[in-house]
Design a protein around this ligand. Structure first.
Ligand SMILES: NC(=O)c1ccc[n+]([C@@H]2O[C@H](COP(=O)([O-])OP(=O)(O)OC[C@H]3O[C@@H](n4cnc5c(N)ncnc54)[C@H](O)[C@@H]3O)[C@@H](O)[C@H]2O)c1
Length: 314
């Protein structure tokens, strides 16, 4: 058991808190808005019964997980004896630079300082710090207590030992760290998602497929395999002789497509009107929130299934 500090207790901060507390850590939540930790804990209270029902609390009772979390009134209190700090303040460069300066000053010298930033390179907000070698990005998908992958991204000056300690600690908490060798805009997951979205927009903009048919292609097609293996494992298993055989048989198809996939799709251009109209016909704007709750229930069921399947399927 270690001491964890959550700095910024909004959407992502409160979700990390569940992940770390069910892994056995003491978690102190602090936020610039004094009401935020209390609200985060109330939200967590409302989630715990469903997580317990689906066996997503790592064998702990709700009470055990809950009593490891507390809201604190001052940043210094949260950091006092923290071994690991997860920062989740807004995605604004100046805010990250300022908060990291405070973290570096107040945290123990050997504490790890990790940022949840979605798209800021760690070198952009840690360069000015005396303790910059212990700073890095740990970028989750929302919500991290249901989605194991988290991108571990070092700045050029991050100590490799900090990177491995972070990856170890995430693995021990049931996460699946993606350990980048060097920072890169978009990290790994947004680059993959960006490539897919770009093609999705292009298919609709070119009048080749409807919005729903693109969604079916993923939801009822590619994503069934992708929910338990990645693109490289997929192609390794899709030719009798493995990945080399796949490339020899099928690379020419993708080579032929490539020139038509280079042109930038204008997401905000006329195609957006068409996409929005089709989406709003299927889901009126007034039902967006209900559907978000539906998505979260699906994610929970899928997370529970994946945990079970990992034990039962060999
Ligand atoms: N929401 C997502 O899907 C998602 C996914 C991955 C990563 N992230 C990243 O996580 C970070 C937080 O995003 P979020 O969605 O939780 O935002 P949010 O608005 O829900 O939460 C941000 C919290 O930070 C607090 N805050 C603002 N300024 C602060 C400061 N100077 N010090 C301390 N607390 C401060 C706010 O009061 C708020 O509670 C961002 O960097 C975001 O890019 C978000």
């Amino acid at each position: 058991m270690s001491k964890f500090a959550i700095v910024g207790a909004g959407f992502i901060g409160r979700a990390w808190a569940i992940s770390f507390a069910r892994a056995g850590h003491e978690v102190a939540l602090w936020d610039q808005d004094g009401d935020a930790p209390g609200k985060a804990l109330a939200y967590i209270d409302s989630l715990l019964p469903e997580l317990a029902k689906l066996d997503l609390l790592n064998g702990n009772s709700m009470a055990q997980v809950r009593q490891r979390m507390r809201g604190v009134a001052g940043l210094e209190v949260a950091l006092a004896d923290a071994d690991y700090v997860q920062e989740n303040t807004p995605e604004i460069l100046d805010v990250k630079r300022a908060i990291f300066a405070r973290l570096d000053q107040a945290a123990k010298p050997d504490a790890i300082l990790a940022s949840s930033t979605s798209a800021l390179l760690p070198s952009r907000f840690t360069d000015h710090l005396a303790g910059r070698a212990r700073c890095l990005v740990v970028h989750p998908l929302n919500p991290p207590y249901l989605i194991p992958a988290a991108e571990v991204v070092p700045a050029p000056w991050t100590d490799p030992a900090i990177v491995s300690r972070t990856a170890e600690l995430l693995r021990a908490a049931g996460h699946a760290p993606i350990v980048m060798k060097r920072e890169l805009d978009g990290f790994v997951m947004n680059r993959l998602q960006g490539a897919l979205l770009e093609e999705a927009f292009r298919l609709v903009a070119g009048g080749h497929a409807s919005v729903e048919d693109v969604d079916i292609g993923i939801r009822e097609g590619l994503a069934l395999r992708w929910s338990f293996m990645g693109p490289f494992e997929t192609i390794d298993l899709n030719a009798p002789g493995g990945v080399r055989d796949y490339v020899e048989r099928y690379e020419s198809i993708y080579q032929r497509l490539h020139p038509s996939m280079r042109e930038r799709a204008d997401w905000g251009g006329p195609v957006l009107k068409e996409i929005e109209a089709e989406r709003r016909k299927r889901l009126p704007a007034t039902e967006l929130q209900t559907r978000q709750a539906w998505r979260d229930r699906h994610l929970m069921a899928l997370a529970a299934h994946k945990r079970r399947a990992a034990k039962e399927i060999v």
